[in-house]
Design a binder for this molecule. Structure first.
Ligand code: ADP
Ligand code: MG
Length: 273
């Protein structure tokens, strides 16, 4: 029996069925800021593309151990595996559980395997003692990996690009997410986070206004601005200075983090077998 009761760890998933909306950037920024504030943070790459893994200078095509190992072990974590799986990063206090290209084959391998949706949840109960926060980065496709993330998380962060078409897709995605959560009997709270906001463009301003009109409770009322620092950092691998720097993007993420920390409760009581 895996229990999430009475634990002080917080597990947040960052997801959206659309690519390029700032999911991975949000995981890096929030993870880096939490570590800067003295928290012990594990960021987990659940995207076969491995963008998060690449951020930290590892190659998902050649890496020996990854999240994939957890699936091979059905979520049971043998002694010695955490040391092979979890790697330190250049940010003090921030650890990475990387993705490998093998994750792309998971969908095919996991067909019909009982309990396949709870692998990450199970594994985390054995790994989280060393961490205060676990952040799960996701692939845009709605498959076994995303189902695992939704089952393991206590809160969902949904980055949405401030652009009309992205907002149109949001309603459809929320509907699908709610259906999955209902089938898992795990109604997650969520925060919609407007991203890539450029106040000089009508498209961004109008989109943010539309989001504010449509989603009140679940919307973070501010927005993450376009900040070229993020684009540069994602290409060169993370350096602590990329986050230490007081750019407007980092400041916005810091503000978001304050709001998430005060808004999201620690642990939701639930159990699964
Ligand atoms: P996702 O994980 O949703 O696919 P990413 O976080 O990888 O999206 O972001 C997609 C691209 O946009 C990347 O090149 C990233 O560096 C860039 N990006 C993300 N957020 C910002 C931002 N606030 N300002 C500028 N570029 C950004
Ligand atoms: Mg990504």
């Amino acid at each position: 029996m895996c229990s999430l009761e009475n634990r002080s760890v917080r597990i947040w998933a960052v997801a959206n069925q659309k690519g390029g909306v700032g999911k991975t950037t949000s995981v890096v920024a929030l993870g880096g800021l939490l570590a800067e504030r003295g928290k012990r943070v594990l960021v987990v790459d659940l995207d076969p593309h491995g963008s998060l893994t690449s951020w930290f200078g590892y190659d998902p095509d050649t890496i020996a151990h990854s999240v994939f190992d957890l699936f091979q072990h059905q979520g049971k974590v043998p002694e010695g595996l955490p040391a092979q799986l979890i790697t330190e990063t250049s940010c003090k206090g921030l650890s990475l559980l990387p993705a490998s290209a093998a994750l792309a084959t998971l969908e095919r391998r996991m067909i019909g395997v009982e309990g396949m949706g709870l692998i990450i949840s199970r594994a985390l109960t054995q790994l989280w003692d060393d961490f205060d926060y676990v952040l799960l980065d996701n692939t845009p496709s709605l498959g076994v990996l995303m189902v695992n993330a939704l089952a393991a998380a206590q809160h969902l962060i949904i980055p949405v690009q401030t652009e009309f078409l992205a907002i149109k897709g949001l309603e459809r995605m929320l509907h699908t997410l709610k259906m999955i959560m209902r089938s898992q009997k795990n109604e997650l709270s969520y925060t919609i986070v407007p991203t890539l906001y450029d106040r000089r463009t009508q498209a961004s301003v109008k989109s943010l206004n539309l989001l504010r009109k449509t989603y009140r409770e679940s919307l973070w009322q501010f927005a993450i601005p376009v900040d070229t620092k993020f684009r540069d950092a994602s290409q060169g691998g993370i350096t602590p200075s990329a986050l230490d720097a007081e750019t407007h993007g980092v400041r916005a993420y810091s503000h978001l983090l304050d709001d998430l920390m005060s808004r999201v409760g620690t642990v939701k009581e639930r159990q699964h077998g």
